[in-house]
Design a binder for this molecule. Structure first.
Ligand code: FES
Length: 274
């Protein structure tokens, strides 16, 4: 059987690449949570039916593709020297149209791109924002990475899951750092960054999503004031930014006062060896 051996198995053959001396203790095995098929990753080893012929590029004559979807995919293909570079945006467009990367969605995208469905399935099953199973149409990604986790992201995620339990419209999941650590704990709600979100605000947030209203407008990242007081207003048609209320100190406002920070002198060059 091919597998990973532990140190003790190598002890008698370790003259070349193992340090001599006392053997290190073998760490105790950790419990690792796994999916039903035994993998730690969902879906990577879905069975392949080797008895089937490989799928060919779908025939345009027998594959109806909605005109809006076709136009969007063709516009993405036109942006790249190699049209296959448009695979991800094409799949994202098909997902928006169908709700997930369903067999029909993949087939239609493959038809427009003149690729095999297998090529696009390989891409869709690698990127976790491309859904290869049916999901709710409202994507709520709660960042549970370090900054957000320290500020209560795990409780926030649990509360959001409780509040949306049984509602098929919602796709609530944990996500790695979304790059907005300064508004931790935060979430991406249908692509809109919102934070910091208090656990007590979850019911109103969920209600706003259900009603199709902007999620927590006072806490949307794109509407926050920045060090450039005009930056947020520069969004075409946007109202004046709403000052967020946070428990992390007073929000920044107005013009920056005082002299600019001193620029540090560069360190001296290292001394030459004598
Ligand atoms: S840790 Fe949450 S956005 Fe970075």
């Amino acid at each position: 059987m091919i597998g990973r051996r532990n140190r003790r198995e190598f002890a008698h053959t370790s003259a070349v690449d193992e340090p001599q001396g006392e053997l290190l203790p073998v760490p105790p095995a950790r419990d690792v949570s796994r999916f039903g098929h035994g993998s730690r990753v969902p879906g990577w080893d879905d069975a392949v039916d080797l008895g089937k012929d490989p799928a060919q590029i779908p025939d345009p004559a027998t594959t109806p593709v909605p005109q809006a979807l076709r136009s969007e995919i063709e516009a993405h293909m036109a942006k790249y020297p190699d049209f296959r570079s448009a695979a991800i945006p094409a799949l994202a467009a098909a997902q928006r149209h169908h709700g997930w990367c369903s067999p029909d969605a993949i087939w239609q995208a493959a038809c427009v791109m003149r690729l095999t469905p297998g090529y696009l399935i390989a891409v869709a099953s690698f990127y976790d924002m491309l859904e290869t199973r049916p999901v709710g149409r409202h994507a709520v990604y709660v960042c549970t990475n370090i900054s957000c986790s320290l500020c209560g992201a795990d409780e926030l995620l649990d509360r959001l899951k409780d509040e949306t339990a049984g509602d098929p419209q919602f796709n609530v999941r944990a996500f790695e750092c979304l790059g907005a650590c300064d508004i931790a704990p935060m979430a991406s709600v249908d692509g809109v960054y919102v934070g910091p979100i208090a656990v007590g605000e979850v019911p109103i947030l969920v209600e706003q999503i259900r009603e199709g209203l902007p999620p927590l407008p006072g806490k949307q990242l794109r509407l926050r004031k920045s060090t450039d007081p005009g930056a947020a207003r520069a969004i075409a048609g946007a109202a004046d930014p709403v000052t967020p209320t946070t428990s992390y100190g007073a929000p920044m406002s107005g013009e920056a006062a005082g002299p600019p920070a001193k620029i540090e002198a560069p360190p001296p060059p290292p001394e030459e060896d004598a």
